[in-house]
Design a protein around this ligand. Sequence first.
Ligand code: KIV
Ligand code: ZN
Length: 391
Amino acid sequence: MSDNKVQIFDTTLRDGEQVPGCKLNTDQKLIIAEQLDKLGVDIIEAGFPVSSPGDFKSVEAISKIVKNATVCGLTRSVENDIKVAAEALKYAKTPRIHTGIGTSDSHIKHKFRSNREAIIERAVKAVSYAKTFVEDVEFYAEDAGRTDNDYLAQVCEAVIKAGATVLNIPDTTGYCLPSEYGAKIKYLKENVKGIDKAILSCHCHNDLGLATANSIEGVINGARQIECTINGIGERAGNTALEEVVMILRQHPYLNLDTNIKSEMLYGLSQLVSDNMGIYTQPNKAIVGANAFAHSSGIHQDGVIKNRETYEIIDPKDVGVTESAIVLTARSGRAALAYRAKNIGYELTKLQLDEIYANFLDFADTKKEVDDNDIHYIIENSKVYKEITSA
Ligand code: KIV
Ligand code: ZN
């Protein structure tokens, strides 16, 4: 892997599917997995095989059909979880077991009623056991965001010695500030012996709306994998949104970090996941929301009609959206009305536009959005139009 490649680890089918009420059946998971593979994700986390017979079946079926990506299964640091995951992944061309344990004092004390030394022992045992099945073993230090950096470095060092190929540093509770999360990754890069043998991975939750920012800080500071989901879906406030991190790296080439994602497929994938899960995507969602390329205020519309780049930093075609939308509302200006009228066959002179625009404003005050049928109606009922047609 080149040093400026950021691996995209998609967990839509595992962390994403933890959204209450959004369970997918195996057929739906297969359709999504196939598209993720075509999208160019490097790793597909297909599920948590020990969690249910249905999830086992899905991970097994996905392992059989994925052509390019590594297929990954989640486990706890529990022998049976690891054995079952290995069994579910046995048909994968490149399988990965993702095992781990909570490392923050809160998890150690309340969840495991254990101590720091015993947690390291369990982590090492889990990684060593997973290595007996597969070469590629990712270790997650759950709640790493709230784990003391010095202890986290000890955990990382121990699991690298046991053979971990990827170290996942999850901000499980979405607590960290970007500067803190970036500093954590930097600290691990600088203080863990053997760190060059493993890839550091960002897995950030969005409880404070910082998941994307934290993941980007992570890769700027040396991580080379981002764990994310389509539309940012996931437990509670969700995960890092795949489409956001991909486009941030693409729009900032001077960072010299890129992914293998075919960005023109992003909008289609977003719709596919939203339809299958029955979760509607907020209209103002970055990159894939219905309004991400829609312009409705007069000043913006005038700029975009003259040159798209005045108010758009991304060409909509680059993410699979056919074109920017000029939405007509009572805040729209003449330029937008003339533009939309022209699209449906009316070439208006300045004088005609003056009268029709006044009628348009009266109409728009009564309606949220003025559509093409409304434009026909407004123009054809205006005095100036009647004059043209009777002349
Ligand atoms: O958020 C988290 O810590 C996780 C781990 C299980 C990887 O999802
Ligand atoms: Zn998570």
